[in-house]
Design a protein around this ligand. Structure first.
Ligand SMILES: Cc1ncc(COP(=O)(O)O)c(C=O)c1O
Length: 392
């Protein structure tokens, strides 16, 4: 089956045999009644599939976990209350005091902040490698302490690309798990597990939801690791997804393919416009031929380059401030992957967890603006940006 059929039909029919409901019900319940004590024992022992308590599992959430795993070509999924909860659950599984994580240097600010906190509090060692040369420098960075390799591609907010397949060849050779944050790309075009990665992370808050109305996360990976994690890290850390939010994501996924392709088409037009504009110093978008890893992106993302782009405006932070306050269509707001265009300033907003020195090191310029291109008509967006730029 092609992606859109899978996204609509899912891995199994949602059909509820009890009522005939065509959509999976929102099982808005805390607990589940056992038939008798033996039945309870069988479920607790894992001899029989069943539900105990919605922090441990819930039918609506479970359906979503299976569906995202199906789309990502992974074995199983672990839905979480946010993307950060998925990342924290993963890190808690693999990292303890004295261990090292090797990560791409440009990461979502929350992920970077969590790593800094884990370093300061628990003595977890950090090595960062720039995304564009990650696979070239990785082997030299590996030692016995490395327990996880973590990449974000495209990276937030610089849209840097990590070559997933080349990276996975190295992590496989050394038997180190590789996790990929696939939030920007989505499985519409990029499926890291097919390219050799072990785990996929999503902030489902973004494209999987697609409508800017919920916070949610997902971890996809092998069942022999994720099933125990469900009963340990996720159950005890407690960052589980609510059934109502699971339902919203299931609704969003039905249109994931058409939305993300249209976001990409719109972003491409906006990127080309900004690329040729005299007041723009540089556009960062993997769909542009001058992106340093455009060819890698074209292959591993199957031409679905995401709807997010960044650009550096001439005149630095002040010019950026003026632009963001003058445009009328994009909302001045963080987040991305929404139907509506959103514009923000990473250095002072989403990536304020980086020190000034680190921002410079990883290429988050103070004049860098991130634009999540929505599903509005791209000609209107271009006209809006053009008018705002003319006032600077
Ligand atoms: C690439 C990426 N990963 C993870 C996250 C964290 O997700 P959440 O906000 O759902 O916790 C974000 C949020 O912006 C993100 O952009």
């Amino acid at each position: 089956m092609k992606f859109d059929t899978k996204a609509v039909q899912g891995h199994r029919r949602e059909f509820d045999p009890l009522t005939g409901a065509h959509r999976i019900p929102i099982y808005q319940t805390t607990t589940y009644v056992f038939k008798d004590t033996k039945h309870a024992e069988r479920i607790f022992n894992g001899e029989e599939h069943g539900f105990i308590y919605s922090r441990r599992s819930n039918p609506t959430v479970e359906y979503l976990e299976e569906k995202v795993a199906f789309l990502e070509k992974g074995e199983t999924g672990l839905a979480t209350a946010s993307g950060m909860a998925a990342i924290n659950t993963l890190f808690t599984r693999f990292l303890k005091t004295g261990d090292r994580i090797v990560a791409s240097s440009t990461l979502y600010g929350g992920t970077y902040g969590l790593l800094q906190m884990m370093n300061e509090r628990y003595g977890i060692k950090l090595t960062f490698i720039p995304a564009n040369e990650f696979h070239v420098k990785l082997e030299d960075a590996l030692d016995d302490d490395v327990k996880l390799v973590y990449i974000e591609t495209p990276a937030n907010p610089t849209l840097d690309i990590v070559d997933i397949e080349s990276t996975a060849k190295i992590t496989k050779k050394y038997g180190i798990p590789l996790a990929v944050d696939n939030t920007f790309a989505t499985p519409v075009g990029q499926r890291p597990i097919e390219l050799g990665a072990d785990y996929v992370i999503h902030s489902m808050t973004k494209y999987l939801s697609g409508h800017g109305d919920t916070i949610a996360g997902m971890l996809v990976g092998p069942a022999d690791v994720l099933k125990p994690m469900k009963n340990l890290e996720l159950r005890f850390l407690g960052g589980v997804l609510s059934p109502f939010n699971a339902y919203l994501i299931l609704r969003g996924i039905k249109t994931l393919g058409i939305r993300v392709r249209k976001h990409t088409e719109n972003a491409m037009k906006v990127a080309e416009f900004l690329h040729d504009h005299p007041k723009i110093e540089r556009v960062m978008y993997p769909g542009l031929p001058d992106h340093p890893l455009h060819e890698v992106a074209r292959k591993q993302m199957n031409g679905v380059y995401s709807g997010v782009l960044s650009f550096i405006i001439k005149g630095g932070r002040e010019a950026g401030r003026k632009l963001m306050e003058t445009v009328q269509i994009p909302a001045l707001a963080v987040s991305l992957g929404d139907t509506d265009s959103l514009i923000e300033h990473p250095a002072s907003m989403t990536h304020a967890t980086y020190s000034e020195e680190d921002l410079k090191k990883v290429g988050i310029h103070e004049g860098l603006i991130r634009l999540s291109v929505g599903l509005e008509d791209p000609d209107d967006l271009i006209e809006d940006l053009d008018r705002a730029l003319s006032q600077i």
